[in-house]
Design a protein around this ligand. Structure first.
Ligand SMILES: [Zn+2]
Length: 400
């Protein structure tokens, strides 16, 4: 356990948040990275191990990943999500528990964890934007900008590839726009990708693909709940309407499962609504204290990677702790790694992608960047950190 650095200051200054109060993701036994290896091990594929003890093997497995559907958000909306609510108590083999997304709780990181079966420190997508140590530039992991050789950035095979090689009928059923993206290539490829425009088509085709093999693995995805949350917040009619829609999608797929199937409904992260006031939205681009000694700001509002000017690392850490007080967990890179925020293995090529300082939100606050990130800074709903609202994701099971 790493001892947080003691910051001395005036008696009325808030003390920094103790780092060991951050709830670290349940890597190895109950995180997104553990799901596919567990399912595929149950189908007899070599090179995969069953890590989530509560899951019973099935010949045909379908994973439906709903972007932005946190466990706490399902629990808060039984009227809009009656079908999902009916599955809550039977999750994780009847224990009624969520799994954890991983840190940071963001789409690119989580999809890479799902697809590779590895922790962020190993697959190497440890944030929304991170520094590329080769170029010194920020790279956006979701949009893959600037373009970087995908297989150098993430060299491991996906679990889909391992399943396909083991003779399991393997497919992804998602929007056609994702078919050829670098993120799909390094996180989700293996078997056959099928582009289908509507959610209903994806459900129907996923059921067909499940039935197409004696042993099958199908991954399907829906993105628009997350979009509504970012634009309008999770306390909006638009978001609730999307939740009602995904609830019906899940039921539609569940009712078409072929024999010997298991459907798992999960998500890449949850979400938190951030008030529009200066206390809740700290603007890095306008804050000379936070900017001092910082060469690059990466990550996103609730999970920041801070890259210091060489030699200024300790000053930046001290200053960020003083300014952010109890609102954020603020760790040095080595502290974050020792605490296991990015998993217990961190590859050498990934080390320099992680900030010299890592700041994870504890309260309903964000560090925006109004000049460099105008679009992201204007969002209502946000995610990224380790709080239950964004870290806990469902693992709901339906068996035929
Ligand atoms: Zn999102």
């Amino acid at each position: 356990m790493v001892q947080p650095t003691t910051v001395t200051g005036w008696p009325d200054e808030p003390l920094p948040l103790a780092l060991d109060t951050a709830p670290v993701p349940e890597y190895g036994s109950g995180s997104l990275a553990d799901l596919l290896p567990t399912l595929v091990a149950g189908q007899g594929a070599a090179g995969c191990d069953a890590r989530i003890a509560e899951l019973t093997p099935a010949d045909r497995n379908c994973v439906f990943l709903i972007d932005g559907l946190g466990w706490e958000q399902i629990k808060a909306h039984p009227d809009e999500a009656p079908y999902l609510t009916s599955l809550l108590a039977s999750s994780r083999g009847g224990t009624g528990r969520p799994i954890t997304a991983g840190f940071p709780a963001t789409t690119a990181t989580s999809l890479a964890s799902v697809g590779t079966g590895r922790v962020p420190g190993a697959h190497g997508l440890p944030g929304y934007t991170v520094r590329n140590p080769e170029t010194g530039e920020l790279m956006n992991q979701l949009r893959w900008k600037p373009w970087t050789p995908p297989q150098v950035w993430q060299p491991y095979p996906t679990v889909f590839q391992l399943a396909h090689e083991a003779g399991i009928h393997t497919s992804q059923v998602s929007s056609p726009i994702f078919q050829d993206t670098p993120l799909t290539k390094i996180a989700l490829s293996g078997g056959t990708f099928h582009g289908r425009l509507s959610g209903e088509e994806r459900m129907d085709f996923s059921a067909e693909q499940l039935a197409a093999g004696d042993r099958s693995l199908v991954y399907t995805y829906y993105s628009e709940l997350d979009g509504a949350g970012h634009r309008f917040g999770i306390d909006s009619d638009a978001w609730r309407g999307q939740l009602m829609f995904v609830d019906r999608l899940v039921q539609r797929l569940a009712e078409q499962l072929p024999p010997r199937s298991a459907l798992y409904v999960t998500a890449d992260h949850g979400m938190v609504d951030i008030p529009f006031d200066e206390q809740s939205r700290i603007d890095f681009d306008e804050d000379w204290e936070l900017r001092a000694g910082v060469a690059l700001l990466g990550g996103e509002g609730r999970a920041r990677h801070v890259y210091a000017v060489p030699g200024a690392e300790t000053d930046v850490l001290t200053c960020w702790r003083e300014v952010l007080g109890e609102q954020f967990w603020v760790a040095s890179r080595d502290e974050a790694l020792a605490l296991g925020w990015f998993g217990d293995e961190v590859d050498e090529r990934v080390y320099g992608r992680i900030g010299d300082v890592v700041a994870a939100a504890h309260d309903d606050v964000v560090i925006t960047a109004s000049v460099n990130e105008p679009h992201e800074s204007a969002m209502v709903g946000m995610h990224g950190s380790m709080t239950p609202a964004e870290q806990f994701v469902p693992l709901l099971e339906v068996r035929s």
